[in-house]
Design a protein around this ligand. Sequence first.
Ligand code: EPU
Length: 448
Amino acid sequence: MADARPFHWEFEPPKIPRERFLVEGGVALDGTIRVSGAKNAALKMLAAATLTGERCVFSNVPEIEDVRVMAETLSDMGVVVDHPEQNVYEVSAGDVDWLFVPLEAAAKMRASFMLLGPLLSRFGEVVISNPGGDRIGRRPVDLHVDAMRAMGAQIDYRYGYYYAKAPGRLRGTEVRFPFVSVMGTENAMLAATLADGHTVIRPAAQEPEIDDLILFLNKMGAEVSRTYPDTIEVVGKRRLRGAEHSVMPDRIETGTFAIAAGVTGGHVVLEGADGGTIAALVEVLEQTGISVTTGDGRVEVDARSIGPGTMRPVDITTGPYPELATDIQPPTTVLLTQAAGDSRVHEAIFEDRLEWTGELAKMGAKIDLKGTQRAVVHGPAKLHAADVEISDLRAGASLILAALAAEGTSSIGGAHHVRRGYENIERKFLDLGARIERVQEGELGNSG
Ligand code: EPU
């Protein structure tokens, strides 16, 4: 299917409070923090809860803006969402009276499209906005739509919305993707749990968040299994039941703080972390000379004896799991500015995920872009404070890391982007001895 254009006619993004981070660099981070639940698992589980009318209870849900948006989107459709205590969400989708996911939700968060599969499969119809682009490049949803069509759905695209119908039930089938897609795999998998018959998804993405989602689905009474590393099979059921689940730790947050230790020449212990899910990053950190110990639900990173400026350069390439995650590429790029020599970065997943390095350059980083997806990072660069602007979530966390390693006090605008995916990031940095504060400024429009 052609790459459908998002529809922005008459759409006014809501005003959201504008915030900045003020970060005074030069402190080697030292201490212990607890890693939060995984954003990219929690969001899909909240969507999956619409597969049943019974109550689903989630713990270890990160308190982040994207989760709040997903909860609000569900509430707007008539789903009962309770938030009885910090990090706990309860979802009851007994009555869904409005099978409509508006542009307002899609503009804030691409993961709103995760409602396509479960709503279509359970209720037989949904009207859902095209989530369109993002600041990290064109991000189409054709694979999701093609997967639903392969399962028998009729989907029309009009005025920025997909009108999806599944007369009768969706049918189990072989869903063949041209390449690996995380949410494409998840959407097909959720739809298949209530489809008539057996579905085979391949190549299926291998991200650990997908396996955590499978655990939850099977607690709901679904029959989902990863039969080969790149194959997921689902036997459809007539109905699913409520279930409880504790969300896995966030591996991108784990990686971000691991790199924070490295880039400041510090020592950080991450509790409640799963070192196995960041193996590709651990390899990169060890190649630079940073010491990493994993096991027993903790990750310990010690860069005190190597420190910025003396680390070894490393060439990195992002890829689908188990390769190095694209979400950890921006923080890793910051680390490489402190290596003694040139490192090459190849961002193989997204088109524009190196653009933000223009902001990093304002802090003294020496980075040559080779097209849009490759760069050479010349290290070691002496980073200095600057006034910079965040364009997306991961770039935001990375600019904080750069500011922590820089001399002087940096002012980082667009702090709301970081709130989307990191729970209380400044509190965690403060606990590690960083000098960081979040300050309010007037108001600005959301950029999703
Ligand atoms: N793609 C298509 N058509 C589709 C779907 C994807 O062409 O229908 C392309 C994308 O444009 C991209 C590639 O396929 O070039 C892979 O994208 P994928 O579908 O795997 O990404 P996603 O599912 O949209 C999730 C995460 C991202 C993470 C990527 C890759 C969530 C909510 N988002 O996105 O996380 O970068 O997988 O691992 O799970 C983040 O957390 O900051 C973030 C952006």
